[in-house]
Design a binder for this molecule. Sequence first.
Ligand SMILES: [Zn+2]
Length: 453
Amino acid sequence: MVVNAQHEAQADSAMVANIYNEVLANAECYENLRYLCKNIGQRLAGSENAGKAIEWGKTTLSNYKPDDVFLMPVDVPHWSRGSNEYGNYYLTTMQTDNKVRTKPALTALGGSVGCEGEIVAEVVEVKSFDELKALGENKVKGKIVFFNKAMDPLLINTGAAYGGAYPIRGDGPSEAAKLGAVACLIRSLTLADDNYPHTGGTHYQDSIPKIPAAALSSVAARQLSADLKTDPHLAFTLHLSCVDYGRTMQANVVAEIKGTKFPDEYITIGGHLDSWDIGEGAHDDGTGIVQSIEVLRTMIALGYKPKHSIRVVLFINEEFGNDGGETYARVCKENGLVHVAAIESDGGGFSPKGFNCELNDAQFALFKSWSTVLEPYGLSVFRRGGSGVDIRPLKDDRVALFGLNVDGQRYFDYHHSNNDVFENVNKRELELGAAAMASLVYMIDQTGLPANP
Ligand SMILES: [Zn+2]
């Protein structure tokens, strides 16, 4: 038994070495990312560009000649920020007639309503919902509420810091509107000290008036806060040109390699093809898309015949409702597909450190035993935690869910901003992530990660 286990470990190590050699010598993920970012660019779900990205994904996957490539229709929202958004203000305390206007860098939150003309109002600054409620309707009605809450810089896990500030972006506009606010500004969810505003989805409550909502860059937020101390009555002018076009049909792109031994059991690998509509969606989540495609390319290039069926899924609309992930899980269930595992890369194309996983105890013990094979490649994080938004709807008692764990210290510098561009992705870090994912797929395929070993 010991000899057998040793033999297997050696065979696994040899195969993982082959995977890394193939990716680091011949990867096409960086060039695929260049095309996606530079020739298609931003691709908000529902937009024409998202349609182009779906066609590109189908063609790119087909070129690697898997057994099948198909589109799975998905109903998605179609919203646009328009092309005319701005804010400015002047200090009423200035004595001259020639009052200088400050023009803070801002951008509408995803899903925001537009402004009819300009909103001109005083600003009340708060750091939390509790502070807002303490002010009460008297001090909020008719004003612009400015949530000046930063992501917590003391948290080492930047995803946790994002999670801590996220409710302000999602719920802030409706909470402000409940007290009669006319618009909502938030400090961007970022750890960077720069002038890029970061968008992201906001979610109105149906029974509350919908008010325009925008994010200020971290620099602009600091400046506004300082100016409000000088002049609490400064007059802020806001215009957003957002339009809601309702819903439209787009698609997940699915490629499949049929399993040789367990063709009815699936391992899905993916990321989300949609991005926000500023920047190029490079780290979020172009990198996850091209890494997933690279896994497929590598398996085929190595002539690897998986035991289980392998699917690469380019999900549509993670950013604004997770329609792609929800639809994929529903269609799989309707067709009786059994999932052994699903792996997502949606934390940026940075140096991989290991995997987050949602596993039962038996699966987790087996997963940790693979560390001897994976640690030589710097994969030492084998941690329970969030896997990925797109794959989470697959969750059941059987499926093992994994998210690529990367060095996320710079992720929120780029995330949802004009700074999320191809130039900010490192070729080698991107490729190492793809090799890590392919290695995990191989290990899962060999064992099946049985539910009850
Ligand atoms: Zn993402």
